[in-house]
Design a protein around this ligand. Structure first.
Ligand code: PRX
Length: 651
């Protein structure tokens, strides 16, 4: 067993809740009991905290693997996130506090935000966008990104947010899969002082998207930068956002949506080359994101909540936009890089706005650690009262650093396990209730049924195994857009009747959950999900590549990095230049986040008799381990063992 894993599993430190926190906490221990006694009734009670236009008649209809929650109920997500806060004192409260990378700042009150959303909704309607239409959103982290999402929900359009770091080809494929009628974008955004020319990428994408009739462009870049970034407007198709909104009325009645109407599609990587369009619906999703925001982040009216995720990922959907706004909270949004212009940018912002609850990813925490404690120490972080982590396993060392240097030893840490597919947090401590252990996500939330399984699907009380969910939860994905067979196959066939998350986990003697990482061919690079097959397809698309195999290797900051084994077509020569070309090719096909760190040119890749690439062996090579000498394995032995079991059972 590696030192790292031994430390993880021998972790003996305990952090009990502070009684003062407990006394004021939103979550209470009796939630577990209530959910245990009547799980479905418990979720109905959470749903009743939302504002419904018509009540539901059936809380849950479950014909595995298809769930329908709150049948017959009607509601509107934007009305829940905005209108219901306008009648009382929250009307003039900051809903969004925003800072751009160059240092520009904006504050939108609930009133301001509602006005903008109404106008954007009317502008969309004026362009012929209707209930049920799909709208792609490809934007940097600016308030209009949230406004565009909320405006879609107001008129019942289905948004598909595509991370602004994805390439034009990725955008094109996602637009085409969803047959989106419109794209909302900006002329550009700022990243590390550079301009990212988003509109130019949209133009390349939309040239091959027959379904798109409207492109709405928010002007983010000032003066000549806009034209320099290549934001040319195609008459009849492209419209400046500000022109459309100027002409639009600030009252748009919210569309009454069925609880099971599509709310959004969000593409994520799977084990094949083609990303999956994860489908979320209206009532169940909002119920669980609102409830988990209240319990896990303990949000109160005075809080300033900063979730650092980009809206292009599910964390940005659930905990930058919908969860906090449904709770009437104040959300902080920052556009740029954490180390721009200096390595204390995050702490400067946290101090400036008096952030109270901060939610980020372990990969960011490890970078902060590396940059040094002097950066947070330079700022007054005394307003912080709760910290969160998401996206990958957090190593105890990073947990302790976060606790000491950001939380000053006072703030509870919530390590939250969930997925694009689960829509909302599933396993997490309840602050004020749960005693935490560094590196453990602790326990399933009330109303969430998690089980540990062996390869045969037998439930285990403790030890290592596969993480599965046994009962439907309100914010679960409903299907994969346009491919229900893939939905059933991907999530429900490995352990029939149960949802297999793709993660390995361990339950310790005290019943604490430790999520260890993916056991399938999905990698987690700096908290971003990347499918090995996707990168392999991008590589073989290059004219000089015959075959490619991609594996993950341990990376100090990113958690995992990509290593690619490439077999060249005859007549091509392995050169340093070709390596760079291949990396660029992957960036062009998918996005810079999928660029392999290492490329190895090889004559062959090891395969099983059934033709499956033996990734474990390649991983050993990528990690620089001696082949066959298992005693030198630096890899967490448990994950490796689980992975082997998983793969051998797959045949
Ligand atoms: O492997 C798990 C890891 O991230 C995967 C889900 O990725 P994605 O759909 O992109 O959503 C990320 C944000 C919710 C999971 O299958 N993961 C997420 N949170 C944790 C985690 N692994 C360990 N601990 C976590 N807290």
């Amino acid at each position: 067993m590696s030192d790292q894993l031994a430390t993880l599993l021998d972790e003996q430190r305990r952090f009990p809740p502070d009684p003062a926190f407990t006394a004021a906490a939103n979550a209470t221990a009796d939630l577990y009991q209530a959910a245990e006694t009547d799980r479905i009734g418990f979720w109905a009670e959470q749903a009743r905290r939302l504002t419904w236009m018509e009540p539901w008649h059936t809380t849950l209809e479950w014909t595995a693997p298809h769930a329908k929650w709150f049948l017959g109920g009607k509601l509107n997500v934007s009305a829940n996130c905005l209108d219901r806060h306008l009648a009382g004192p929250r009307r003039n409260k900051a809903a969004l506090i925003w800072e751009g990378e160059p240092g520009d700042r904006r504050v939108l009150t609930y009133w301001d935000l509602a006005r903008e959303v109404n106008r954007a909704a009317n502008a969309m309607k004026a362009r012929g966008i209707r209930r049920g239409d799909r709208v792609a959103i490809y934007m940097p982290m600016i308030p209009e990104a949230a406004i565009a999402m909320l405006a879609c929900t107001r008129i019942g359009a289905v948004h598909s947010v595509v991370f602004g770091g994805f390439s034009s080809e990725s955008l094109r494929d996602r637009i085409n899969d969803a047959e989106a009628v419109a794209v909302i974008t900006t002329d550009g955004g700022y990243r590390r002082g550079q301009i990212v020319p988003l509109k130019r990428y949209v133009d390349l994408a939309v040239a091959e998207c027959a379904s798109v009739t409207t492109v709405m462009v928010v002007q983010r870049l000032a003066g000549t930068a806009s034209a320099e970034a290549g934001a040319t407007m195609k008459p009849g198709r492209d419209f400046w956002w500000h022109d459309l909104l100027r002409a639009a009325s600030s009252r748009c009645e919210p569309e009454p949506m069925d609880a099971e109407d599509l709310l959004f599609i969000l593409y994520t990587s799977g084990t094949t080359g083609k990303p999956k369009g994860i489908v979320h619906t209206t009532g169940g999703y909002l119920t669980q994101v609102a409830a988990t925001t209240r319990w896990v982040f303990d949000l109160k009216d005075e809080d300033v909540f900063w979730c650092t995720a980009d809206i292009g990922w599910v964390t940005g959907h659930s905990y930058v936009v919908y969860g906090p706004l449904a709770n009437g909270a104040t959300v902080l949004m920052y556009e740029g890089a954490p180390d721009w212009p200096n390595r204390d940018r995050m702490w400067e912002i946290a101090a400036r706005y008096g952030v109270t609850v901060f939610y980020t990813a372990p990969t960011a925490i490890r970078a902060f650690m590396k940059w040094g404690t002097e950066h947070p120490a330079r700022h007054d972080l005394s307003t912080l009262r709760l910290l969160g982590s998401v996206g990958e396993p957090i190593n105890p060392e990073a947990w302790i650093w976060y606790h000491s240097h950001i939380g000053n030893g006072r703030c509870p840490i919530v390590d939250t396990w969930w997925q694009t597919e689960t829509g909302a947090i599933m396993i997490s401590p309840l602050p004020g209730v749960t005693t935490t252990k560094p590196g453990s996500a602790t326990h399933p939330l009330p109303g969430v049924s998690v089980v540990l399984l062996d390869t045969k699907g037998v439930a285990l009380a403790k030890g290592g195994g596969f993480l599965a969910l046994t009962e439907p939860w309100p914010s679960m994905l409903r299907t994969i857009y346009g491919d229900d067979a893939r939905y059933q196959e991907t999530y429900w066939s490995r352990f029939p009747g149960r949802y297999f998350a793709g993660d390995g986990a361990k339950v310790d003697d005290d019943g604490y959950w430790w999520v260890l990482g993916r056991v399938d061919d999905v990698l987690n690079v700096a908290g971003h999900r990347i499918g090995t097959m996707e990168v392999e397809s991008a590589l073989v698309d290059h004219p000089s590549v015959a075959e490619a195999a991609v594996v993950g290797k341990t990376h100090e900051l990113k958690g995992q990095a990509l290593a690619a084994f490439v077999i060249l077509k005859e007549g091509n020569h392995p050169t340093a230049q070709l390596k760079d070309d291949l990396k660029d090719h992957v960036a062009r096909k998918i996005g810079a986040i999928a660029k392999p760190d290492d490329i190895f040119f090889v004559a062959d890749v090891p395969k099983t008799r059934s033709g499956k690439i033996m990734r474990r062996l390649l991983k050993d090579i990528a990690e620089g381990r001696t082949l066959g000498d298992t005693t030198t394995l630096a890899d967490p032995a448990v994950v490796a063992k689980l992975k082997d079991q998983y793969e051998s059972d797959e045949g």
